[in-house]
Design a protein around this ligand. Structure first.
Ligand code: CTP
Length: 421
């Protein structure tokens, strides 16, 4: 009952994902929240207001100017609700609603409530992959982020269109957990603290306004592959999810982002410049080309060794064992540490199986880092290959920040908060 007594305006907009809103409503109520549903007219085409009203135990509001009833009462309802709510949650939030909110439009009860709200606002976008990736949508999301709105990254998977990509509304269970964490978070209650520069209208990759506007962020992500012969290689199980989430979060905050990625099956986050690499040597070259970045986050799981000899033909099996001689690969982050310039922030990751904190601190010193993010491999819900992560951030100044288990997109936001704060 961690939402006990919390007053939540739950906004529903016209996405196929609105079908999940029934379960979301039920779960919020079960967690102890008072839920006031507000639906856009388009949402009502996907899910009957009666279903939502029954689950919430409250009448669904939709029209800003209802035909019937006391006109005076109806007219001020959006203001009343904006004052009543502890939080406004819009899930699913369509591209259209994001655009309206980013532009400050108030042509429906929901958009008018958001403009009147004195409480924090969270949006969970849901749409087709290409709509989510469109520069206009990303510009609107960045605008909302800069206005202090919490944006929950859509999940990756199969979409109603049949395409596979980013754009799914997270499962209601995960959304409730996200809302709980958000409402318990330290920043809760602060809205609209970010600068309000004009939104640039520009090319798809032009930086968007936000707290990291004008800063260059370099992120390394994914595994490397070190060839043994033309068909075999040494590698590891990194999926690149954490690094890609960091790149996406930095771009959304307005940074110019260069993402140096090993071989992974992930789409390039909107607004990010991606450089694909295969080996540790390639990764070093690509990183050095951007070594003047203001913030470097090394999330790549770089192979520490590579076969000393690469066979130019496929090795056929023999009768006995095969011995490979391995050579050390360059340590990309340590090289960047040696060349670190004034004002640059270097962040590394340490994936440990045991003795974590002491080893991570030793790496922090050895590689001249400002921060190191410690993951414990083998811990449930954390580390390589997991969709979630739990991180202990250690600072060169002795700081220690615990980031609780959460989807990697949220962990990325928390890491950026700490290292840019
Ligand atoms: N890293 C790197 N280049 C390498 C190895 C690691 O840039 N060749 C970076 C990783 O991206 C990560 C950090 O260094 O940010 C720590 O990686 P890790 O492999 O855990 O550290 P090592 O120094 O290699 O320590 P060890 O393997 O002894 O645990």
């Amino acid at each position: 009952m961690s939402l006990k007594g919390k007053k939540i305006v739950l906004g529903l907009t016209g996405s196929i994902a609105a079908y999940k809103a029934a379960d979301l409503t039920r779960r919020l109520v079960k967690a102890g929240a008072e839920v006031q549903p507000v639906m856009t007219p388009a949402a009502a085409r996907f899910i009957p207001p009666l279903t939502i009203a029954t689950l919430a135990g409250r009448e669904v509001l939709s029209e800003l100017f209802p035909d019937a009833g006391d006109a005076q009462t109806a007219w001020t309802k959006h203001v009343d609700l904006g004052l009543w709510a502890d939080a406004v949650v819009i899930a699913p939030a369509t591209a259209q609603t994001l655009a309206k909110l980013a532009g400050g439009f108030c042509d429906s009860m929901l958009t008018a409530v958001v403009l009147s709200a004195r409480c924090p606002v969270l949006v969970a976008p849901a749409m087709d992959h290409d709509m989510w990736g469109h520069p206009a949508t990303q510009r609107n999301v960045a605008r909302l982020h800069a206005d202090g709105v919490e944006v929950v990254d859509p999940a990756h998977g199969e979409l109603a269109s049949g395409l596979v990509g980013d754009g799914r509304l997270p499962e209601p269970e995960d959304l409730v957990a996200t809302i709980e964490r958000w409402m318990q978070g330290s920043g809760f209650g602060v809205q609209g603290s970010a600068p309000s520069d004009d939104v640039p209208v520009g090319a798809p990759r032009s930086p968007v306004p936000g707290p990291l506007q004008g800063r260059h962020v370099l992120v390394t992500a994914g595994p490397t592959r070190e060839a043994i012969d033309p068909v075999r290689f040494l590698s590891n199980g990194s999926t690149g999810t954490m690094g890609f989430a960091l790149a996406a979060a930095a771009a959304r905050r307005g940074a110019r982002v260069t993402l140096v990625a090993g071989p992974v099956a992930l789409d390039t986050p909107p607004g990010v410049d991606r450089v694909d690499v295969v080996t540790a040597d390639d990764l070093l070259d690509a990183a050095l080309a951007h070594a003047d970045a203001d913030l470097v986050i090394a999330a790549a799981a770089v192979s520490d060794y590579a076969p000393a000899q690469v066979s130019d033909h496929k090795l056929a099996k023999g009768d006995g064992d095969l011995t490979l001689t391995l050579r050390r690969t360059p340590d990309v982050l340590a090289t960047l540490g040696e060349r670190k310039r004034d004002g640059q922030t270097l962040v590394g990751f340490a994936l440990e199986t045991h003795g974590g904190e002491a080893k991570a601190r030793a790496k922090l010193d050895r590689k001249r880092l400002d921060w190191i993010a410690l993951n414990v491999q083998g811990e449930p819900g954390a580390g390589m290959g997991a969709p979630t992560n739990r991180v202990t951030l250690l600072g060169a100044d002795g700081a220690r920040v615990e980031i609780a288990t959460a989807p990697k997109a949220e962990v990325a936001q928390a890491i950026l908060d700490a290292v840019t704060g």
